[in-house]
Design a protein around this ligand. Structure first.
Ligand SMILES: NC(=O)c1ccc[n+]([C@@H]2O[C@H](COP(=O)([O-])OP(=O)(O)OC[C@H]3O[C@@H](n4cnc5c(N)ncnc54)[C@H](O)[C@@H]3O)[C@@H](O)[C@H]2O)c1
Length: 335
């Protein structure tokens, strides 16, 4: 079986991940691109031998299209993804699912009414390293998880987004809404939920716009740094920090402290998991190099989405999963 896929938004995430990964998936017949900056859609259509849609309605009303990747900016996910589901398409929506839980609920309602699949791109779950870490944690070899520490930070989205400038939508309140918290933080909240098979119940933190400036040299309207303390439903305690001002190499590391050992994830580029046991042993795992903005490797997300459609399976990241992470971000920002 082969499917045709439409993509809304042809910026960086489409260029580096969605388009090449659909292109390489043997079950994908054709990709149809739409962007309000038409030249971005045209460039990708040429590279991946696809088509360009003139309007979002043309894309959603095209009966040959089975599924949509919603790669537009955050403030329109609830519009595009809901419309796509109601048009009978399966949807892979970029994270954050929406700019608020209220908006995200609209997407979930559309999903339930349509019966189509909704997956959200919390890609951290799918890295070989995080999959292995989950296996180690679930084996209980080192006992139960007691506490954790996680961080995600890089030099900022003005170097990543399609515009490559400080005028980026990532810095605008009405478009990004939640700054680095919703951009990077939500990945780690989802990861902690997934690794620990648990949910953050309580969060207290600080956030601020410490250093980034917009195109006029003014401090940005959203947070560029967050530090917080977290408590899960099962009583685990943790800390997290998320940053757009780590002006060195990207930091994507997590530490899980268990009853009989410590699991260190992405602290060392060579040995992506290092386990230090209570009795003094060190076990090192060399799995795959980390995906960073500068090192784009297959995320597995597109393959998992296509697989869920072809084999009628539940997606690995559901709308409900995404809402539970979004809820933590809202609490963190006091909304
Ligand atoms: N999963 C991840 O690791 C990851 C990484 C980066 C970005 N993202 C998410 O992907 C989404 C897109 O981010 P990006 O980095 O590609 O941004 P970007 O600025 O590079 O690209 C966004 C594109 O969407 C288009 N667009 C915006 N609104 C539109 C609309 N209403 N109709 C049509 N096109 C529209 C823009 O013209 C632009 O080409 C965001 O939600 C972001 O949070 C996810």
């Amino acid at each position: 079986m082969q499917i045709t896929v439409g993509i809304i938004g042809c910026g960086s995430i489409t260029k580096f991940r969605h388009a090449p990964e659909y292109w390489e998936n043997p079950h994908v017949k054709e990709i149809v691109f739409f962007d309000r900056n038409r030249h971005r859609a045209e460039e990708l259509a040429e590279k991946y031998q696809g088509r360009v849609a003139d309007t979002v309605d043309d894309l959603l009303n095209d009966p040959s299209i089975d599924a949509i990747s919603d790669c537009s900016s955050n403030e329109v996910h609830h519009i595009h993804s809901s419309q796509a589901l109601r048009s009978g398409k399966h949807v892979l929506c970029e994270k954050p699912l929406a700019i608020s839980v209220e908006h995200a609920n609209k997407i979930l309602a559309a999903q339930r009414e349509s019966g189509k699949k909704l997956m959200v791109d919390h890609n951290q779950r799918l890295t070989k390293v995080h999959q292995k870490a989950k296996e180690i944690i679930e084996s209980k070899e080192y006992g139960d998880v007691l506490t954790f520490k996680t961080t995600f930070g890089h030099q900022g989205p003005e170097k990543w987004g399609a515009t490559k400038s400080n005028a980026t939508w990532f810095f605008k309140k009405e478009r990004s809404h939640s700054g680095v918290a919703g951009d990077l933080g939500i990945h780690k909240i989802d990861l902690i939920h997934y690794l620990l098979d648990d949910e953050i119940a309580s969060v207290h933190g600080f956030h601020g716009a410490l250093h980034k400036v917009d195109e006029h040299g003014e401090p940005i309207e959203v947070n560029d740094n967050v530090v917080c303390a977290l408590k899960t439903k099962k009583g685990r305690l943790g800390t997290a920090s998320f940053s757009w001002t780590y002006y060195g190499l990207e930091d994507n590391s997590t530490t899980i402290y268990c009853e009989k050992g410590v699991i260190k994830i992405y602290h060392d580029p060579q040995n992506q998991i290092i386990v230090e046991t209570k009795d003094g042993a060190t076990i090192k795992y060399e799995l795959e190099s980390i995906q960073t903005n500068d090192n784009q490797t297959n995320t597995g997300v597109i393959d998992a989405f296509v697989d869920a459609i072809i084999h009628d399976k539940k997606p690995i990241v559901t709308g409900e999963d995404a809402i539970s992470s979004l809820r933590v971000i809202e609490k963190l920002l006091g909304r």
